[in-house]
Design a protein around this ligand. Structure first.
Ligand SMILES: [Zn+2]
Length: 197
């Protein structure tokens, strides 16, 4: 998910160079897949075991997340159909460890909230999305441990947005038909845009 526009702390952190983010891995960012790419509509497969390949993917995805100033990224968005996502809702805070979730599954939901979302795979388009306010998620972390997370607010929203990606669902699927109709031209533009590979 891309960073919410209204919640940016200050302009300075916006202009922060990548070298200033302390835990940035020494790998190259991956190529993002954009709206219109059929891979974004596919269902990702469970990860059986965390091997070196998964750890490399995790590092490359983190690099990609920070390079694009995002706060969440699903493996599907870099064309890898594995059930894996990363979330870092506060990239400038080195004390906040990014979440790395393999095979995430929502166990329960509570409440309802509406907030604006954007997506790294659908640049420059934002819309209000209604989702449960609180969630309990089980997953495997990058140490192959089974974990459970209770999340609310922005964290809950980002995790749900990224789990959607693993199922081939985009946030625009969750907005009303009328609003989606209004966004149709913008979506078409995004689909046809020329992007460097
Ligand atoms: Zn997204």
């Amino acid at each position: 998910m891309s960073k919410p526009k209204r919640k940016r702390k200050n302009r300075q952190s916006e202009d922060q160079g990548l070298d200033e983010i302390p835990r940035l891995p020494k790998t190259k960012p991956l190529q993002l897949r954009y709206y219109g790419d059929p891979v974004l509509r596919k269902k990702a497969e469970p990860v059986q075991e965390i091997t070196d390949a998964e750890m490399t993917l995790a590092e490359e995805m983190l690099m990609t997340l920070y390079a694009t100033h995002g706060i969440g990224l699903a493996a599907t968005q870099v064309g890898v159909l594995k059930r894996f996502l990363i979330v870092d809702i506060d990239p400038e805070d080195a004390d906040y460890e990014p979440l790395m979730l393999f095979n995430p599954e929502i166990l329960s939901v509570e409440g309802e909230s509406v907030a604006e979302e954007g997506c790294l795979s659908i640049p420059d388009l934002r819309a209000d999305v209604k989702r449960p306010e609180k969630i309990v998620v089980k997953a495997m972390n990058d140490y192959s441990e089974d974990i459970q997370i209770e999340a609310d607010g922005l964290l809950a929203r980002v995790i749900q947005h990224e789990i959607d990606h693993l199922n081939g669902t985009l946030f625009i699927d969750r907005i009303s038909g009328l609003k989606r109709q209004l966004l149709r031209d913008e979506l078409e533009k995004i689909q046809k845009a020329d992007r460097p590979l």
